[in-house]
Design a protein around this ligand. Structure first.
Ligand code: FUB
Length: 469
């Protein structure tokens, strides 16, 4: 078959993807809104008993039965996650951590490089399949092409209005061949810097969207749960592109608080041109799941106004109702927020000096003691870790107590950091959300979110947190 050179294909995709991210559907094929995330196997509608699998890093079909080897079952199991290039589409991650992507229109299994090309090639948008309950997967980068099987191989072929093509490109998502054996990650896919909180008895998670080169994702999603196990994806709650005039990318490390009957989302972002240094903003919404709108139209903290990078915001509200904003990378700062939650007195900003501080400040209060926590090292380094100090007030002074969370190589857990902590309402039970390199194939830009227990010893020290899979 005559296939266009890659350079030509990429030029085509930029134009077409920008105008129309999902292929125009033929009259008899309606767009399918969602498909279930989590572990799934894909069975073509016209080849029952055969499943999408990978072998030698190429996508193909193979038969799998209950008597097949564990490897064959594993090769036919994928985790469906939020699309690497678009949160309204999907990506398919194999149990070895690699993603289904197409290259030269052949479907392959490769690690996420974070480039726009890879993310687009590994993202598929759902359309209704040829039979009830089936789905057809449209390429994000090539909206006129769909995933189909041909000679038992998986290809990305031009959409054709024929019965044969419709059947070859329609799949049922079925119970996976590989049962889930571990609890994590708590939200499928690549996310980092989780901010966990509880509003009115319901838990909320606000992470950075990960898997992008240089952490350049432009949007935030929200997730909620009643049990910290089953999480509902509420979709995108703020998108720098259309929603924030001064930021285009680097939607990093959000933190959300409830106050004044509203919800305030503190976030950082960078501009694509001009001054590209990160700045910190605040957005507001009547709902914890957005949509949020930029409250100021300008940064709350401009790049260069204080030492270090203006990233990683966190707000702690004391029992008397006074809220404090903490932030920083390289240097930590704190300032009391005004009652409107979107302004402060610049003269009241203080710099916190605790040895080892890198980023990701988090503050909690328990039994009258204030705990200032942070991440040490580089998020790209497997030694990234969490430490803490205690003090008598939200402004310190702080006494360092030590490291409480670090890698656990015996389980393949690396890069544990950028955490947040939540207390189960009405109890002394505490949970810590943090990110780690995605298991097994992750790194500093392919991270995932997990939750473990955090406990206090009788003297108030934080017991070493045990990372689990
Ligand atoms: O996710 C982007 C950045 O990486 C965060 O702002 C840092 O805390 C680090 O986790």
């Amino acid at each position: 078959m005559n296939r266009p050179a890659r350079a030509l294909a990429v030029t085509t995709l930029v134009v077409s993807a920008a105008i129309l991210p999902v292929a125009p559907a033929p009259a008899d094929v309606l767009p399918a809104a969602t498909i279930p995330t989590g572990a799934q196997s894909l069975e073509p509608v016209n080849l029952p008993g055969w499943f999408v699998q990978h072998s030698d890093r190429l996508g193909r079909l193979g038969t799998v039965t209950s008597g097949s080897s564990a490897q064959a079952k594993s090769d036919a199991t994928f985790t469906v996650v939020s699309g690497l290039a678009s949160p309204s589409c999907y990506s398919f991650q194999a149990t070895n951590g690699l993603f289904l992507r197409h290259r030269d229109y052949r479907v392959r299994l490769e690690g996420n490089t974070g480039t726009a090309e890879f993310r687009g090639d590994a993202t598929f948008c759902p359309a209704t399949g040829s039979v009830t309950g089936s789905v057809s997967l449209v390429s994000f980068n090539f909206p006129n092409r769909r995933l189909r099987h041909r000679n038992l191989e998986l290809w990305l072929d031009p959409n054709q209005d024929t019965a044969e093509f419709r059947a070859d490109s329609s799949f049922r998502l079925t119970a996976p061949w590989t049962p889930k054996t571990t609890k994590g990650p708590v939200i499928p896919g690549l996310f980092a810097d989780p901010h966990i909180t509880n509003f009115n008895g319901r838990y909320y998670l606000y992470p950075t969207t990960d898997g992008y080169a240089s952490w350049s994702a432009p949007h935030y999603k929200a997730f909620s749960s009643t049990d910290l196990v089953n999480w509902t994806d509420h979709g995108v709650i703020l998108n720098h592109g259309p929603d924030v005039s001064w930021a285009d990318n680097s939607a990093w490390a959000p933190a959300v608080v409830a106050k004044n009957g509203r919800h305030y989302l503190y976030f950082s972002g960078g501009a694509a041109s001009g001054n590209t240094a990160k700045q910190l903003g605040v957005a507001v919404s009547d709902s914890p799941t957005g949509p949020f709108r930029d409250a100021l139209g300008t940064p709350l903290i401009r790049a260069g106004a204080y030492s270090g990078q203006a990233i990683d915001p966190m707000v702690f509200t004391d029992d008397n109702g006074q809220s404090y904003l903490y932030w920083g990378n390289g240097a930590a700062h704190v300032v009391p927020l005004n009652p409107d939650m979107i302004s402060f007195n610049p003269a009241a900003v203080r710099t916190i000096t605790t040895s080892g501080f890198r980023e990701a400040a988090f503050v909690l209060k328990r039994n009258g003691t204030y705990y200032f926590m942070w991440s040490e090292g580089d998020t790209r380094d497997e030694n990234y870790q969490v430490a803490y100090a205690t003090g008598p007030s939200p402004l310190g002074p702080w006494t360092k107590r030590g490291v409480v969370l670090q890698k656990r190589l015996s389980l393949g857990i690396k890069g544990t950091g950028h955490h947040s902590v939540v207390k189960a309402p009405g109890t002394d039970t505490w949970h810590v959300a943090y990110h780690r390199f995605a298991v097994p194939a992750g790194n500093g830009t392919n991270r995932e979110v997990t939750i473990d227990r955090m406990a206090f010893d009788a003297d108030g020290t934080i017991a070493t947190i045990v990372p689990t899979l």
